[in-house]
Design a protein around this ligand. Structure first.
Ligand SMILES: [Zn+2]
Length: 248
C-alpha cells in the first residue's frame, strides 16, 4: 500500500534512476488548497481497461490517495479528495465540493488508452496492449476567463513532471481532439466540438488540469506506476508545480 510506505518522505531509492523526487520551492505564506480528483469512478464510468485488464478508476484512486497523502504530509497543502474507496460521486458534485473547499487548483488524474492495440492473453481474460505510445500529458481548456490561469497551471505541471524525469507523450493519437500547447510540449488543449469537450476541464473557474499519468496499454509504464518511486516522484513534481503556479 503506497500510502503507508511513504511515511518516509525523503528521497526513496528509485529502481529507475531517471526519475527524481524534486525538492519543493519556497514556502508560501499560507497552505495551498488542492482538490485531487480520482478520475472516473462515477456510476457506470470505470474508465479504460489496461493491458492487464486493470481499470482506470482503480489506478486513479490509488495515485490520488498517494498524491493527497504526500502533499498533506509536507505541511504546505490542504488537500481534499474527490472520492474515496467505495464512493461513486458524479462529476458536478465533485466540482461543487472543490468550490465549497475553496480549492486553489483542481488536479484530476486519468490514464490514456491509445492507438492500435493487440490482444494480450492474461489470467483476467483477453486484455489489450500497445507499447508504442508511452508518456504523460497535461490537458486543459482554453474557454472563458479562467483560461490564462488554467494555462499557467498546466504549463507548470508539465514542466515539473518533465523535470522529474517523466516522459511527455508525443500526442500522435490525440489527432484533432487536442491541440499541443505552444510552450509546454506535454500540454494539450481540448479542441473537441464544443458540446463534446471534457466537462471537468470547463466546469469551474478554479484552475483545473487533467493529468494523463501514463499509457494504460503499455506494460512497462503500467509496471512502473506500481512502484513507490514513481508515485512519490509524481507527487513531489505536482506539489512543486502547484507552488510554482501560486508564486508566479
Ligand atoms: Zn480517463
Amino acid at each position: 500500500m503506497f500510502v503507508l510506505l511513504s511515511l518516509i518522505l525523503t528521497a526513496w531509492p528509485a529502481d529507475d534512476a531517471s526519475l527524481t523526487t524534486l525538492a519543493l520551492p519556497a514556502q508560501p505564506t499560507r497552505k495551498v488548497r488542492v482538490f485531487v480528483d480520482a478520475g472516473h469512478g462515477a456510476p457506470g464510468n470505470e474508465g479504460n481497461h489496461g493491458c492487464a485488464c486493470q481499470l482506470e478508476q482503480d489506478h486513479t484512486l490509488k495515485v490520488a490517495q498517494h498524491l493527497a497523502f504526500v502533499l498533506a504530509a509536507t505541511g504546505r497543502f490542504e488537500v481534499k479528495l474527490s472520492r474515496r474507496p467505495g464512493e461513486e460521486p458524479l462529476y458536478r458534485p465533485r466540482i461543487a465540493a472543490a468550490e465549497a473547499f475553496k480549492a486553489d487548483v483542481i488536479i484530476s488524474l486519468h490514464s490514456d488508452a491509445r492507438g492500435e492495440a493487440t490482444p494480450s492473453f492474461q489470467d483476467a481474460g483477453v486484455c489489450w496492449q500497445n507499447p508504442n505510445a508511452p508518456g504523460f500529458s497535461v490537458l486543459w481548456n482554453e474557454e472563458g476567463p479562467a483560461f490564462p490561469r488554467r494555462e499557467k497551471l498546466g504549463r507548470a505541471v508539465g514542466e515539473r513532471l518533465r523535470e522529474a524525469g517523466f516522459l511527455a507523450y508525443s500526442g500522435f493519437d490525440y489527432a484533432s481532439l487536442y491541440r499541443q500547447d505552444e510552450v509546454e510540449p506535454s500540454g494539450w488543449i481540448d479542441q473537441r466540438p464544443m458540446k463534446k469537450r471534457v466537462f471537468f476541464l470547463r466546469g469551474s473557474l478554479i484552475p483545473t488540469v487533467i493529468i494523463e499519468t501514463h499509457h494504460a496499454l503499455d506494460e512497462k509504464e503500467v509496471a512502473r506506476w506500481e512502484e513507490l518511486a514513481t508515485v512519490d516522484a509524481f507527487a513531489f513534481a505536482v506539489g512543486a508545480a502547484v507552488l510554482d503556479f501560486v508564486a508566479r
